[in-house]
Design a protein. Structure first.
Length: 223
């Protein structure tokens, strides 16, 4: 059985178990970008509280977020944790967006995926996962988002055998073996997160895992 077939079988079983996740929950693409930065090292419900504060204050747009003082911004995003660091990261991002693209996300996302990704990675505080979340969920660009859950799950399934595999190598594995499709990449990443949170934890909870039987079934087909 090919990697593509196995990956699609896993996707199908996850979708059947968890249902559609409808990521990214946001009213605007700029909100997605902000959420991608705020969600670093915290749970999404904490991000929602921080974003609600930004909306209430009326600063959830590039120009207003750039104008608000960094101390005020930090106070507004306290629920997201690491708020002083994240306030600086938000300032770095909106500075990049406003200086290079006049605060226009349409202009930013028309810059070409490779060029834009490289540019985002030069912004202090934006790593590969955050950059790719912005590209996929806000830019609707077909790029697979990888996180710690991805490596853990697919290592345990023996689809990834290199313990030192890099982010880019793991991402390439998915992009080589799946159709370049925004809805598929969107839903697959969200389902991986659900599996990681609910079953494939550091101490795995294998009872009821929606892909255990899928993995055994695929192995039997190969033997």
């Amino acid at each position: 059985m090919s990697y593509k077939e196995r990956l699609l079988n896993i996707y199908s079983d996850l979708l059947g178990h968890f249902g559609q996740q409808k990521w990214w929950p946001a009213e605007t693409r700029f909100e997605v970008c902000v959420g991608a930065i705020l969600t670093q090292n915290t749970a999404w419900q904490n991000v929602e509280k921080a974003i609600a504060n930004l909306k209430k204050e009326g600063v959830l747009n590039p120009q207003r977020l750039r104008e608000v003082s960094i101390d005020k911004l930090a106070q507004l995003i306290i629920p997201s944790g690491y708020y002083n660091i994240k306030a600086k990261r938000l300032k770095e991002f909106v500075g990049f967006l406003c200086d290079r693209y006049n605060g226009d996300l349409d202009m930013m996302f028309s810059d070409g995926v490779d060029n834009l990704r490289d540019s985002l990675l030069q912004v202090k505080g934006i790593g590969p996962e955050t950059a790719d979340s912005i590209l996929l969920y806000a830019g609707y660009i077909p790029i697979f988002v990888v996180d710690a859950y991805t490596k853990r799950i697919f290592s345990r399934l023996n689809l990834v055998v290199d313990d030192d595999i890099s982010y880019d190598e793991l991402q390439s594995f998915f992009m080589r073996n799946l159709t370049q499709n925004v809805p598929l990449f969107n839903e697959y990443h969200a389902l991986i997160v659900m599996l990681g949170k609910n079953y494939c934890r550091r101490k795995p909870k294998c009872d009821g895992c929606p892909i255990m039987e899928c993995n055994l079934r695929d192995i039997k087909k190969e033997s």
